[in-house]
Structures are given as C-alpha cells and as structure tokens.
Design a protein around this ligand. Structure first.
Ligand code: NAD
Length: 443
C-alpha cells in the first residue's frame, strides 16, 4: 500500500456542461435521468457497472469502481448545454431518433424540456453543413470566450453547483494544423483578439472552461485543448484536460483486433474500413474538411499499435483506408464494415470480415457519463493537465509532449484501473503472479 492522494469529497452538485445538444448529448442526458428514475439501466458505463480487483487474486476484493473511488452520484448531476440549434433536450431527442419515444422520451418529457441550449459560439466556416440560429454575437473571439465564461458562472450560481465539468459533444470542425497561435497562452489570447481563423470555436470553449477552473474533455477530433497553449493554461490554472474523439465503434474494434494480430505476429496486407451513417454527425462528416479531421483520428490508431517501423515485414506494406458515407435511411444506426487481409505462417493469406451494426449515440452516451465523473475525480485529486489515464475513452488520446499514446484498449483499461488504485493508495496490479507458485516463493 502507498499513500492515497488527498482527494476532495464528491459532495454537492456536479454541473455537466455539454457543448452541443445533439444525438450524443441528448441521449446521455436522457439516459442519466432514466437511470435515476429506475426506468433503464446504464449499460456501457464502467463507472456505474464496473468493478476493480484489489490485492491478490486470492483476496476476493472486487468492489464496484463507484464505491472504491469517490465519484459524484447520478442524483447529484445537473445538466447544461450550448447549441446553435435552439431545440431543447426533448425536441433534440425526438429529432435525433435514437431513443424510443414511448419508452424513453415521453416519460421524462418535462425534465428534458427544461434543458434549453444556451446560445453557442458558432461559425459556419468551421462546420460547413450546419446552419445555426442560436448563436452569440461578439466583435472578437476573445469577447465570445468571455461570454462563455459568463455562461459558466451564471450556470453554476443558478443551479447551486459545487463543481462543473465540460464535455465537447458538438460537431467535428474542419481540419486545423497547430501553428504559432497555439504555442503559448499569450499567443493564443492575441490570436483571439485578432480573430485569427486558426482559433476555432472549440478552442474558445476549452479556453473558457480552463479560465473558470472547469475540467474539459474533448469528444471530437478537433484540436481544442490539444495544443501547447492549452496544456500550459491547464497546468497554470490547475485544471484537468483530455481528448480526443470518443472511441466507440469501429475504432474500438480496431484497438482490440490490431493488438491481437501483433501479439501473434500475424501480418496485415490491408485494412479497409467503411461506414454508412445517416444522422447529423454523418451529414457534417460528409463535408471533406470535417471528414479530414475525423480521418486523421481514425487512421492514426493502427500506426501506433502495429509499429510498422519495428515490424516492417509484417506491417510496412499495409494499406489502410477509412471511409464514412452519409446515408440518411439508417439515421443513428451506423453500420461499420471492416475487411482485413492478414497473412500467417509462410505468408498464406486469410481474411476477416467484421460487420458492426451499432447505434452510435448508444455507444457514446455512457462514455460522456464516465468522462464527466472521472474528470471531476481527477480535478478533486488535483491531477492537473492531460489525463492520459482516460485514453481508454478516446480514439486519439492526448499524451504528454514527446510521448506516444497507448491505443490498445486493454492496456488502456489496465492503465486506468492502476490510476484509480494509485489515487486510493492501493497496490498496483502488475499481473506478474509468480507469488502463487513455488518458484516465485524462493526469491
Ligand atoms: N459514436 C458516436 O456517436 C461518436 C463517436 C466519436 C465521436 N463523436 C463525435 O461526437 C460529436 C457529437 O456527435 P452527435 O452524433 O451528437 O452529433 P450531432 O450532429 O447530433 O450533434 C452535434 C451538435 O453540436 C452542435 N454544434 C456544432 N457546433 C457547435 C458549437 N460551436 N457550439 C455548440 N454546439 C455546436 C450541433 O448543432 C449539433 O446539435 C461529433 O463531433 C461526433 O463526431 C461521436
């Protein structure tokens, strides 16, 4: 046992501010309310259902994670959101068509109608396929960020919140390359004053959150807080940050299958991934500039896992392609196909086909909940800066400068559980296990 990190208790209300009140955010909010009323189960959420082993395998200690670490309870959550589309959470749930209206929307209609989106900081230049009417006006980007800061303070006071956390659940913006404006806090602020086009709205939300001491988790592949200036600001202000891009469907599978091939030294000639998707996210990603941001996030995963430079004979020639096709009839029910051409002993080829008929927002909603609760935990445990231990939830995990991120889902899970043990002063679990055998006892 080591010493537990001093961690403030999770008392009082936790305000969860989502940027965006579309399919993912409204499904998340509705799901929490349904769970607290006992009308549905929060499946898919590790904070609600997951357990953690403590000590030796023979000790029989296996508490629920939410009983092991001090997490905010579902009953303590209050919700706020920004969206350029003025629909409240009820209308958003109905329009997004994720949830069954009789079973999961009408019974909590009054609650959902009470969640109205605050006017957003939005510019169509960054999300070409959206038209927004519920939008803030301001002469400079700095002014807009200040307006978001005011929203944060007002929300906190009005709802009597003890703490807040912000999760980006809004659209994927156009691809932006990190540049000089993103280097230091001073250059970032100067760029905001000068309305520099490399400062996207997502950065203004991240900046506002950090200035208000609110942890920020980024569920889309936008740069947002993944630039040196934001990292510096986060450590200056002592705030937790992390991202990017929820790891839900096809990429989650990739980060399970990829490590399997590598573990068995099976080569890969090609990996072709395609998707059909008919929700608003699919429509936004139909724009090549937004798709480019998503593509980068989806493609990077295999490079890191397979290490083609270390295993050139197995992976150097691999052809990796990812497509997303907007196909309205399917709505939120994405179908993702993977065709993987592998080769084994003596070079003989084999194929694997995966057809994942998933529900995008059903997969993403529990991640929003877990991220909100864990970012709040990190903040109370005074773990400022990048939360690499939460890379489990992200396609393109943010890591310390110069460090490559871990993508393998089960390494990420081990890392996360060990971090929880670290926070609580419990022994790390290395899975060595020689102590159970005679040969381990003579050391
Ligand atoms: N499985 C998943 O669903 C999944 C996985 C990974 C990432 N994501 C990402 O999560 C995000 C949300 O997905 P979704 O299906 O809910 O999309 P959605 O289109 O239903 O909702 C996004 C909402 O964000 C709003 N928005 C856009 N720009 C905004 C701004 N500047 N400020 C405030 N709101 C803004 C839009 O109006 C829209 O209502 C997308 O970026 C998506 O790529 C989703």
């Amino acid at each position: 046992m080591t010493e537990a990190r001093p961690t403030a208790p999770a008392t009082g209300k936790l305000g969860v501010l989502t940027v965006g009140l579309g399919a993912v955010a409204s499904t998340f909010i509705a799901g929490v309310e349904l769970a607290r009323r006992g009308l549905a189960q929060p499946y898919g959420s590790l904070t609600q259902l997951g357990r953690i082993r403590l000590g030796k395998r023979t000790d029989g200690r296996n508490p629920l994670i939410r009983e092991f670490v001090p997490l905010a309870g579902l009953e303590d959550l209050v919700f706020g959101a920004w969206d350029p589309i003025p629909d409240n959470a009820y209308d958003s749930c109905l329009k997004c068509g994720v949830l069954d209206k009789h079973e999961h929307i009408f019974p909590i209609g009054d609650f959902l109608k009470s969640i109205m989106p605050m006017p957003a900081v939005f510019e169509q230049h960054y999300v070409k396929r959206l038209v927004g009417t519920n939008v803030k006006a301001g002469k400079t980007k700095r002014e807009l960020a200040e307006a978001l800061r005011q929203d944060i303070r007002d929300f906190k006071a009005k709802n009597g919140c003890d703490r807040l956390v912000m999760v980006w659940c809004a659209s994927t913006e156009i691809f932006i390359v990190p540049g000089p404006a993103h280097e230091t806090v001073a250059s970032l602020e100067a760029a905001m004053d000068a309305n520099d086009p490399t400062i996207a709205p997502s950065m203004l939300y991240a900046y506002a959150a950090l200035m208000e001491g609110v942890p920020f988790a980024n569920g889309a592949p936008n740069l947002s807080c993944d630039v040196p200036a934001m990292e510096k600001l986060a450590s200056e202000k002592g705030v937790a940050i992390g991202g990017k891009d929820f790891k839900t469907g096809q990429t989650m599978l990739k980060t399970v299958l990829g490590p399997m091939f590598k573990a068995r030294m099976l080569g890969i000639a090609g990996w072709y991934s395609t998707n059909i998707l008919g929700n608003r996210d699919g429509e936004v990603l139909d724009d090549p500039e937004s798709f480019k941001t998503k593509e980068e996030s989806k493609l990077g995963v295999l490079e890191y896992i397979l290490q083609p430079d270390v295993y050139p004979e197995l992976y150097k020639q691999m052809y990796h392609k990812v497509r997303i096709n907007y196909y309205p009839p399917r709505g939120d029910n994405k179908e993702g196909w993977d065709n993987i051409d592998i080769f084994g002993w003596l070079g003989y080829p084999m194929q694997i086909k995966v057809d994942f008929l998933c529900r995008d927002s059903i997969l993403a909603a529990p991640l929003v909940l877990d991220l909100a609760l864990f970012f709040d935990l990190a903040q109370r445990a005074r773990m400022a800066g990048i939360q690499e231990w939460l890379s489990f939830y992200f396609k393109s995990p943010q890591a310390a400068p110069g460090l490559y991120p871990e993508h393998d889902l089960f390494i990420q899970l081990t890392k996360m559980k060990n971090t929880l043990r670290f926070i609580m002063g419990e022994d790390q679990i290395t899975h060595l296990g020689v102590e159970y055998y005679e040969y381990g006892k003579d050391q």
